[in-house]
Write a protein that binds this ligand. Structure first.
Ligand code: HPA
Length: 272
């Protein structure tokens, strides 16, 4: 596995003329517009990169974009991989491991999520401060890749709490309705039953989604400080649950998109 990771990153390094990204960014469902703000230098199709999984979800494009945003060198994954699409966990996290080899020092992630906290509204931002992993597999299962991190990585702060505080302060300053909370990652692809939402609330989560946690686990394994933000696209508080279709989720994500893009830009601008 490590050989494949090295080979793919060597291929990329060659294509981007030695461009070294400082920050890796993964954009979630309906949340891809931040890319329009990037001063793009290089774009690589996933399908051209050795061993790279290929995006299947219609709402996700499959490219790696290199450029500058708020004075920072970034690599943006336009289109991410979900376990429910049939990828192995190793495939889901492959790009994050590549980003590490390319040089990133921080990871920023967005996603769409359902709220199970009665205090959240559709299109609110929630800065993730911790997670519960209910995915059926873990990307670190199998021989440990010692070059990337330890066998039993610490998970006491998978989301950098300094970045969480900074994110909340930026939202306050910019008048963006934001919270911080615990994200639970489920396999999907179906949304939850009312009983499941109630259960997820009982075990301590504020919001639920089908992504992010595998990527955050490998980022923690590799010691990369991570900042992750969810956009609330639907309400999973049992008394308020309505029938939801993907179009509603994408519409809610698009409503919140400008706020999310502003938050990400301000976070990048703040870094020395
Ligand atoms: N549940 C799980 N995943 C989601 C949801 C949800 O309600 N909304 C967006 N992604």
């Amino acid at each position: 596995m490590f050989e494949q990771i090295k080979e793919a990153s060597a291929y990329i390094q060659e294509r981007v003329n030695g461009f070294v990204p400082q920050v890796g960014i993964i954009l979630g469902t309906g949340l891809g517009a931040l890319i329009n703000d990037v001063d793009v230098e290089f774009t690589l199709e996933y399908s051209d990169i050795p061993y790279f999984p290929i995006a299947t979800v219609e709402t996700h494009k499959g490219r790696l974009v290199f450029g500058t945003l708020e004075g920072k060198k970034v690599v943006v994954m336009q289109g991410r991989f979900h376990y429910y699409e049939g990828y192995s966990m190793q495939e889901v996290v492959f790009p994050v491991r590549i980003m590490k080899l390319l040089g990133i020092e921080k990871l920023m992630i967005s996603n769409a999520a359902g709220s199970i906290n009665a205090g959240y509204k559709v299109a609110d931002l929630v800065i993730i401060n911790d997670h519960i992993n209910l995915q059926p597999a873990n990307p670190l299962v199998g021989p440990n890749i010692d070059e990337l991190g330890p066998r039993w990585p610490d998970m006491s702060e998978p989301y950098d709490l300094g970045l969480v505080e900074r994110g909340l302060a930026i939202c306050k300053q910019e008048n963006i309705s934001a919270h911080s909370g615990v994200y639970v990652s489920v396999p999907g692809p179906n949304l939850e039953t009312k009983a499941e939402y109630r259960y997820l609330r009982t075990i301590g989560a504020d919001l639920v989604g089908m992504s992010t946690v595998p990527e955050v686990i490998v980022a923690a394994h590799m010691g990369i400080p991570t900042f992750a933000v969810s956009v609330i696209t639907d309400i999973g508080v049992p008394e308020l649950v309505k029938k939801v279709v993907i179009e509603d989720i994408i519409a809610a994500a698009m409503t919140a998109e400008p706020k999310l893009a502003l938050l990400f830009r301000k976070m990048l601008a703040h870094e020395a």
